[in-house]
Design a protein around this ligand. Structure first.
Ligand code: ZN
Length: 208
């Protein structure tokens, strides 16, 4: 009997050690991949994105300069269907600015958006600016606060306004999570945590 116990113990022990080693190796590979992305971190609660870092000279900017902004249509469901961005009323010809550092991925025209721009930002987000008048060309690198367009009333629009969208890995996000549009436009925090159930890399958009 005693002999049997001794026979069992070492083999179980071996199995536990093996499991721990495999687990540690997995965690190492997993976290080295995550840290390679630098600004995005996976936590048990979801993704944490560092939006800006003044010490590293990575700044943020409102999409246009104003002391008072009027949200003419919020993000989400409305009577006419799903509204994928936020509408900010402003006059025609106002300077439109990149909200973070990045590269202009798209600068084009379509019937709905009119003249629009999409920027891929260094922090992993993408932003879209629509119904523009003049716009800069795609491919150029921009800093936060850099002029990218002038506001307008092009496309499916009834009055000059900026239609503004934010994406993370093709998942549509509510711009009001990031910015406070009441009064002067401010950013809510340096970091944002996106819950797992909302952000599904390469998955479908969870529209809420
Ligand atoms: Zn809109």
């Amino acid at each position: 009997m005693v002999q049997r116990v001794f026979m069992i113990l070492p083999s179980n022990f071996n199995h536990i050690i093996k499991s721990i080693l495999i687990f540690v190796l997995f965690m190492f590979i997993f976290y080295s991949n995550i840290t390679a992305q630098k600004t995005i971190e996976l936590t048990p609660m979801g993704y944490v994105i560092e939006l800006y870092n003044s010490e590293d000279k990575k700044f943020w900017s409102p999409p246009f300069i104003t002391d008072k902004v009027l949200v003419s249509s919020p993000f989400g469901w409305r009577s006419s269907g799903y509204h994928p961005g936020i509408d900010l009323a402003l006059r025609r010809g106002e300077p439109i600015l990149s909200v973070f550092d990045g590269i202009i991925k798209t600068s084009a025209y379509n019937a709905g958006y009119g003249n629009y721009i999409v920027i891929t930002h260094d922090n992993g987000l993408e932003t879209l600016y629509a119904h523009l008048d003049a716009r800069v060309k795609a491919g150029s690198r921009v800093r936060a606060g850099q002029l990218i367009a002038l506001s307008g009333n092009t496309g499916w629009s009834t009055g000059a306004h900026l239609h503004f969208e934010i994406y993370y890995e093709n998942n549509l996000l509510n711009p009001e999570w990031f910015f406070d549009f009441k009064g002067k436009i401010t950013i809510r925090s340096q970091f944002i945590r996106l819950p797992m159930q909302v952000v599904m890399p390469n998955g479908k958009i969870d529209r809420w």
